[in-house]
Design a protein around this ligand. Structure first.
Ligand code: DAH
Length: 402
């Protein structure tokens, strides 16, 4: 009812005072309109103003426009406020009658404002409900923190760390730029020994004293650093970057290894076999896997062994823990007494074992990548295919690669 009337006012169909009053008298208005009295001039001023403001209220298309009307009428400098301010200059009698009229107009305007605000709110809500339909069947979008991808090498290093941490191993680190002494000599590679040549080493220019720094060719110097700085018992793994002058589909000049080292009074090959067996089952996520230990040679271990795991090669795919084939995955052995001695550990009291494994290779084997070089190409399309979600952190309990 009120809306209809206000709409009428807005369209000007009842703009004349006569019509207006008639309707009010008929009860169409909820607010009384003053009749023309002694101070007729002022009365019709008030009435005109009220009519005009009610028209503006009815015509306000949205809440912001309505607020502007409110401020123009009832604000500090608003038109009705200005009328109220004139009361101070009137005689007490005049003030009494004029004050009542102005306040009636003010109330009428306030009421109309409130009602129009409700209407506009309802209209706005209606429009929002119509435009903001939610399709609850849409898949959940990745949060921005989920959009990046973890590189498979980082993933595999996290997996290794989770598995060995569960067996009580700590992670040790060393620098990529190493001394000849730690990379070779203390690991029982004698000067001029052919095993040094097998490492295709990147050397820096010799220093004045003739010594040469190099890019470490394996993670084994971290064994040396750990034994020199810690007392046994020692139980560490050392994942990290390694370098050799080599480049083809199965070799890159920079690659990754993880070293393992255990030094204690009673450690023996049986422990080593158990650890490697548990590791392979956990890493390849299989219940059973056969392993083969073959005699080998490394200067820093005696005896030295190479380890193969059981696999099946089928239509370009490799499966572990089944089949009749073997795949070499690491080298290991009992730490050579010369290495223990060079690192300040008495080989008559302590003994230990170590192993070294290529991380790139086991990452490729586990996640079915064909070319080693792709690991280093930084191709975002490749990464979004082979990468891992950043919040899926590998744990033994939660599943390494799920
Ligand atoms: N450092 C060796 C390499 O890069 C790998 C290795 C073999 C490490 C036997 C070991 C080990 O700790 O016992 O070829």
């Amino acid at each position: 009812m009120r809306d209809n009337l206000l709409a009428l006012i807005a369209t000007g169909s009842c703009a004349s005072e006569g019509q207006f009053r008639t309707r009010a008298e008929q009860g169409h208005l909820h607010y009384p309109l003053p009749g023309v009295g002694k101070t007729g001039r002022r009365m019709s001023d008030i009435q005109h103003l009220q009519t005009e403001i009610l028209g503006q209220i009815a015509a306000a298309p949205d809440e912001a426009a309505l607020e502007a009307v409110r401020v123009a009428a009832l604000g500090k400098k608003g038109s009705i406020s200005a009328l109220l301010a004139t009361l101070g200059k009137m005689s007490p009698d005049e003030r009494k009658s004029e004050g009542a009229k102005i306040n009636l107009a003010k109330d009428a305007v306030s009421r109309a404002l409130a009602e129009r605000r409700d209407v506009l709110k309802a209209v706005a809500l209606d429009a929002r409900l119509k435009s903001e339909t939610i399709d609850v069947t849409l898949p959940v979008r990745d949060a921005s923190a989920e959009q990046g991808r973890v590189h498979p090498l980082t993933q595999v290093m996290d997996e290794l760390t989770a598995i060995f941490a569960d067996m009580g191993f700590a992670v040790a680190e060393g620098p990529d730029i190493e001394t000849d002494d730690y990379n070779f000599t203390k690991l029982n590679f004698p000067e001029g020994h052919p095993a040094r040549e097998m490492h295709d080493t990147f050397f820096f220019n010799p220093k004045e004293d003739g010594s040469r720094m190099l890019l470490r060719t394996h993670t084994s110097p971290v064994q040396v650093r750990t034994m020199l700085s810690q007392k046994p018992p020692i139980r560490i793994i050392c994942p990290g970057r390694t370098y050799r002058i080599d480049s083809d589909a199965t070799h890159t000049p920079q690659f990754h290894q993880v070293e393992g080292l255990v030094i204690d009074k009673g450690s023996h090959l049986g422990h080593l076999k158990w650890i490697l067996h548990e590791f392979c089952k956990a890493f390849f996520e299989v219940e059973h896997i056969n392993m083969r230990f073959r005699p080998s040679f490394f200067p820093f271990t005696e005896p030295s062994l190479e380890v193969d795991i059981q696999c099946r090669r089928d239509k370009g795919e490799i499966r572990f823990g089944e089949g009749e084939d073997w795949m070499e995955i690491l080298g290991c052995g009992m730490v050579h007494p010369n290495v223990l001695r060079a690192c300040g550990i008495d080989p008559d009291v302590y003994q230990g074992f170590a192993w070294g494994m290529g991380i790139d290779r086991i990452a490729m084997l586990k996640y079915g990548m064909s070319d080693l070089r792709q690991l280093f190409d930084s191709d975002v399309r490749w990464l979004s295919h082979y990468g891992f979600k950043p919040l899926d952190i590998p744990t033994l309990a939660g599943g390494l690669s799920s």
